[in-house]
Design a protein around this ligand. Sequence first.
Ligand code: C2E
Ligand code: MG
Ligand code: MG
Ligand code: MG
Length: 274
Amino acid sequence: KAKRKGKNRYELYNPHMSIEMHDEMQRKQALHHALERGEFTLHYQPQVCGLTSEISGYEALIRWNQPLMGLLTPDHFISLAEESGTIIQIGEWVLQEACLQVKKWQEEFNRPDLRVAVNLSAQQFADQYVKDKIFNALEQANLDASCLIIEITETMVLRDFEHSTGTLEELRSQGIKVHLDDFGVGFSSLSYLSRLPVDAIKIDRSFIKQIGSKANDVAIISAIIAMAKSLNLQIIAEGVETQEHIEYLSKKGCHEYQGYYYSKPLPVASVRSC
Ligand code: C2E
Ligand code: MG
Ligand code: MG
Ligand code: MG
């Protein structure tokens, strides 16, 4: 096994090992070299403004182009990268790459206001250098801070509420936007949300899916939107798949939409205009 033989990287490409590659251990080891081998890529999914129907920006979503396993979505490797700590370097790369890309598009499409949203992992957010890494990525790309959105989740913030709010306040004081991802599935309460320095919430797609069916979940969407509005937060719906979803959400006053209805996440070459 590659594990016993140490860190010999060529071991991973032994054809007799290809079946074992599905083993978590192997995937984890392959992950160590994936970054330096340039195997990661970002796909981009548009976020559409409810008022103008214009694309306001793109969410960057990582993919791993694994030579033996093909194009892998984050559910196949993010938690492994968290366990091994590789997520810190991967996350730094994502920040840099996303900032550079959106800067290119701003110029190419003559849209200097175009934004990019980047997901942070829990470890990355807790990293003492996270702010420096974010500021560095902006500086390297010469991207305006107001064009970067950081997506975090409720659970990440609750681990150390005081420290988290301090970090978020510092990011926001530089003009960076902070969005609360997968909202509604965590421990949402009005009292802590009111103390959180964020700009927007993204309603989790598990709720959006229920529009037109289960009465209770639809009631939750209404409650979430009312709560966010009372706190003057922007509201983004993720996982918008149908016209019905949009009609319902726009009646409730949702500000932005993201989902297959508009576009799946696309590789850079497929993003042609905005
Ligand atoms: P997320 O941030 O909530 O991203 C939205 C996920 O929903 C994406 O899955 C996207 O492809 C999917 N999605 C978008 N619209 C629809 C729709 O209409 N219907 C359905 N069924 N799905 C839709 P993806 O790309 O597989 O990413 C999964 C999660 O992995 C993300 O959830 C995010 O938490 C995490 N992730 C993605 N990229 C990164 C990254 O660069 N760093 C970190 N730490 N996590 C990432
Ligand atoms: Mg996200
Ligand atoms: Mg989300
Ligand atoms: Mg989600």
